[in-house]
Design a protein around this ligand. Structure first.
Ligand SMILES: Nc1nc2c(ncn2[C@@H]2O[C@H](COP(=O)(O)OP(=O)(O)OP(=O)(O)O)[C@@H](O)[C@H]2O)c(=O)[nH]1
Ligand SMILES: [Mg+2]
Length: 436
């Protein structure tokens, strides 16, 4: 079943606003955003690019052999969350995001990279290049071929022959070895100097790891969790060191597993095995999502990413075989797993791995509008624990600096700078300079 290759005739250019905006990956829109980067990773041929393409609708090469992707693809997908406009009984007019039938879609950035093979950290395959590309990723979506139809290097094998659990182990190891190889250089000397000069090891490690987007707070947490003595790094054994690196990997590059190719036999059994691991595992059929998104883009079906079903809108424009393919997706994917899994993976990465929440800034709490009268114009993704003042800073430095108080639109209550915001809050900032 190659859903992705279903043809829907020539483009009729009636693509909805949603797809046009997001496909163009509006830079200004993204920059205004406090967003994180999601890395789509895994061994070759598991469907990473299919997943990426389904999420972003970017035209990229997909093929059933390893190393189809060489240069990374960067694109804009989105997080799906129920919009607050229904609750507030207003009609919204979004600017930085979109609202479709009560569903708010907030753009986020994804990167799809070349497949990783065992030994990549030492330079095998496209190894170092791959690792270099994910260094800025804040969270990782590990796409696994749950059908077991590709070997550890991504070559086709008999379906069910390969055990995908091995892929999870190997990927963990590759990333840990890569981090370790960066840290290990001169480790003994660094550790000794830090001890001799009573220098904090956190700062030294932070400098070493800054290229990997790892923050000091994450280093601190990894040392805390492993119970190592930060004052005596020279005394860390090889085992301590590896434990530290592995913990740091989990903290700084949190990962979930997408069990892809769920439409194929053997996937079900492998999914059960994967679920026993200490990861969030999402059953997925990236090819089905790609087919549905392409059909929706041409308004042939009514389908929003993440929906559990779709409706055919223009049957007269579809051939019998296209209708059959869509019905097969409904039966074998949507009815079986509840959704294709692509949207759920992105949502999980943001809301669970990265612990983000959605906050709507407005200027006018009465009308929930900005200064142009746009109702609920923006939805921001911010880390859980963000305070009202920190939120003001995220919108604009000036607003943070001249912050006086904020107003929570639910109940129209004043809140102070240290109030921690909650998911789906609608907030107005009152500052000495202006409101937002
Ligand atoms: N049956 C099935 N096949 C899929 C699915 N997703 C992707 N594929 C197929 O898997 C093959 C590899 O897909 P790609 O998206 O190119 O895989 P990749 O992981 O990006 O591969 P590399 O770039 O080579 O690392 C293609 O033949 C896809 O059509 C799926 O959900 N089900
Ligand atoms: Mg690829």
């Amino acid at each position: 079943m190659h859903y992705a290759h279903i043809k829907y005739g020539s483009a009729n250019h009636i693509a909805s606003r949603l797809y046009t905006i997001f496909r163009n990956g509006d830079n200004c829109l993204m920059q205004k955003f406090y967003t994180r980067l999601l890395g789509v990773i895994g061994k070759p041929n598991t469907g990473k690019t299919t997943f990426f393409s389904a999420a972003t609708l970017a035209p990229v090469e997909i093929a059933n052999y390893p190393f189809t992707t060489i240069k990374p693809n960067r694109g804009v997908g989105y997080v799906r969350t129920p919009c607050v406009h229904d609750e507030f009984k207003v009609k919204d007019n979004p600017k930085n995001s979109l609202c479709l039938d009560g569903v708010r879609l907030i753009p986020v950035e994804l990167i799809d990279v070349a497949g990783l093979v065992p030994g990549a950290w030492e330079g095998r395959g496209l190894g170092n290049q791959f690792l270099d590309e994910i260094r800025r990723a804040d969270a990782l979506i590990h796409v696994v071929d749950a059908s077991g139809g590709t070997d550890c290097e991504g070559r086709l094998c008999k379906p069910g022959e390969h055990n995908p659990l091995e892929d999870v182990q190997f990927l963990e190891r590759e990333i840990a070895m890569w981090m370790s190889s960066i840290l290990k250089k001169d480790w003994a000397k660094i550790a000794r100097t830090a001890e001799a000069e009573s220098k904090e090891i956190y700062g030294i490690l932070e400098e070493r790891l800054s290229g990997l987007g790892i923050r000091r707070s994450q280093i601190f947490e990894a040392i805390r969790q492993t119970g190592l003595n930060a004052d005596k790094p020279a005394g860390w054994s090889e085992e301590d060191f590896l434990k530290f690196v592995d913990t740091l990997r989990r903290i700084s590059k949190p990962m979930l597993i997408v069990a892809n190719k769920m439409d194929l036999p053997a996937a079900e059994a492998n999914l059960e095995k994967l679920k026993k691991l200490d990861y969030t595992v999402i059953p997925c059929c990236a090819e089905a999502e790609l087919a549905l998104r392409r059909a929706a883009e041409k308004q042939l079906i009514d389908y929003k990413p993440g929906d559990c079903d779709f409706k055919i809108l223009q049957p007269e424009k579809l051939s019998q075989s296209q209708i059959k393919a869509l019905e097969t997706i409904r039966e074998r994917v949507l009815l079986k797993t509840g959704a294709t899994g692509v949207q759920e993976a992105i949502n999980m990465a943001y809301f669970k791995l990265l612990s983000m929440i959605t906050v709507y800034p407005v200027e006018d709490v009465e009308h929930l509008a900005d200064h142009n009268g746009r109702v609920l114009p923006d939805a921001y993704l911010v880390p859980r624990g963000t305070t009202a003042r920190q939120f003001a800073y995220l919108i604009h430095t000036d607003l943070g600096e001249s912050f006086i108080y904020a107003v929570d639109a639910r109940g129209k209550k004043r809140i102070g700078e240290d109030t921690v915001l909650r998911d789906r809050d609608v907030i107005s900032i009152v500052s000495a300079k202006k409101r937002a």
